[in-house]
Design a protein around this ligand. Structure first.
Ligand code: ZN
Ligand code: ZN
Length: 180
């Protein structure tokens, strides 16, 4: 018997779908998790990849990854402890991407998904539509573009006419404000 050394990536498990070829964690989300602190490290190149890696981070209880993939302007308003306890207390059961709108205007994207979890009453799902923004440092090369999750639950003290929290240079109301 060969020892099972390759764990299926949590984001590949979909309890409602037929199992086809599943990627191992090593070949899927691990490189994103491991490289989160490196500015030039590999990072998700689409909102869907980022969404998947965030789901896997919930399953594997990596609250730092959840925070660091949220828009920088929102990060200090997130609570590491409560993310960690929520991730631990949930009996995660799989992920299904319902729809990936990869381009929404200049720099946004949306992912509709179902995150499954087990309860005493059986399988339940969080069905959500999440918005992501691609930031682009003006002074950096295109490879420094990075996708971030826009957290709609974080209270932002930004007025509609102020520059957007994503750093695009546009007014908030014409940028992320439209989607939050
Ligand atoms: Zn994965
Ligand atoms: Zn914006």
């Amino acid at each position: 018997m060969t020892k099972k050394t390759q764990l299926t990536c949590p984001c590949q498990i979909n309890p409602k779908g037929a199992a086809t070829t599943l990627l191992s964690y090593k070949d899927c989300c691990q490189e994103f998790h491991d490289n989160i602190d490196k500015t030039d490290g590999i990072k998700p190149d689409s909102a869907e990849r980022l969404m998947r890696s965030r789901y896997s981070a919930f399953v594997l209880v990596k609250p730092d990854y959840i925070i660091k993939t949220t828009l920088p302007a929102q990060q200090e308003l997130l609570d590491n402890q409560s993310i960690e306890s929520w991730a631990k207390e949930t009996d995660w059961a799989g992920l299904k991407i319902v729809k990936h709108t990869s381009k929404l205007g200049k720099r946004h994207a949306q992912v509709e998904f179902k995150a499954f979890y087990n309860t005493e009453n059986g399988l339940q799902a969080h069905h959500e539509l999440s918005t992501f923004v691609k930031t682009n440092d003006k002074f950096a090369s295109p490879t420094n573009e990075r996708w971030y999750f826009l957290d709609p639950t974080v209270a932002m003290t930004v007025s509609q006419k102020q520059p957007c929290i994503c750093g695009s240079g546009e007014r908030f109301k014409r940028c992320c404000g439209q989607l939050l």
